[in-house]
Design a protein around this ligand. Structure first.
Ligand SMILES: *[C@@H]1O[C@H](CO)[C@@H](O)[C@H](O)[C@H]1NC(C)=O
Ligand SMILES: [Ca+2]
Length: 249
């Protein structure tokens, strides 16, 4: 036997003994340890060389997801969108307040300027023939265009005039004319009936120039002047401007 084999055997034996005694601790298997100092005389070998590094291990598994991050900043404003469709018309609004009064108008033509009217009655019986009959009972003579002293109406405004007369006839016949500019324009004749009261009347439209005069007058031989009036029977002469002729003024 080679001299170096003894220490090797001793090591093997020691390894077996140590191996068997460690896992089981039952009393039956418990073997007495080899006496101390059994391998004391064995000489230790030189230390082995360090082993090589192993190959790198496999990649580890993915980690778990991290916590949710903070909210980012607001993005940039997008481009302007297309124009939308026209909406349905709204409900009509409430009525507004009344406006301010307008400006005062220009003064109009004075209506007074073209007023002309009269209505007069007989106050004396049996007027004298061949001169204007004087009607002195005044119903209206606002502009004094009828002259009570002469019994003549005088035209102040050129235009169309209406004249009328309603005469009570008593005791005598009546022949009366409406005169214009010294000339009879119309004639009225009424025969008196005995024990009666009659009426005579006439009316006419005349276009008059400024200054022209109109009146009533008994015509004939002077016997037909039965014009009559008392407090309950009137004889009336009236006239008024129907319309003024602006072109002639
Ligand atoms: C005047 O009229 C009245 C009726 O109103 C009449 O009784 C009287 O006789 C008349 N006058 C004349 C003179 O006829
Ligand atoms: Ca008569």
């Amino acid at each position: 036997m080679a001299p170096w084999t003894s220490p090797l055997l001793c090591l093997l034996l020691l390894a077996v003994l140590c191996h068997c005694s460690e896992p089981t601790h039952s009393k039956e298997d418990l073997q007495p340890l080899p006496p101390k100092g059994a391998c004391i005389n064995w000489i230790g070998g030189a230390p082995g060389h360090p082993g090589y590094n192993g190959s790198p291990g496999r990649d580890g598994r993915d980690g778990i997801n991290g916590e949710k991050g903070e909210k980012g900043d607001a993005g940039l404003l997008g481009p302007k969108g297309d124009t939308g469709e026209m909406g349905v018309p709204g409900v009509e609004g409430p009525r507004g307040f009344p406006g301010l009064p307008g400006k005062k108008g220009e003064p109009g033509e004075a209506a007074d300027r073209y007023r002309s009217a009269f209505s007069v009655g007989l106050a004396t019986r049996a007027p004298v023939p061949n001169v204007p009959i004087r009607f002195t009972k005044i119903f209206y003579n606002g502009q004094n265009h009828y002259d009570v002293t002469t019994g003549k109406f005088r035209c102040n405004f050129p235009g169309l005039y209406y004249f009328s007369y309603h005469i009570t006839v008593y005791m005598k016949d009546v022949k009366v004319s409406l005169f214009r500019k010294d000339k009879a324009a119309i004639f009225t004749y009424d025969q008196f009936q005995d024990k009666n009261v009659d009426q005579a009347s006439g009316s006419v439209l005349l276009y008059l120039e400024s200054g022209e005069e109109v009146w009533l007058q008994v015509y004939g031989d002077g016997e037909q002047n039965g014009l009559y009036a008392d407090n309950v029977n009137d004889s009336i002469f009236s006239g008024f401007l129907l319309y003024h002729d602006a072109d002639q003024s």
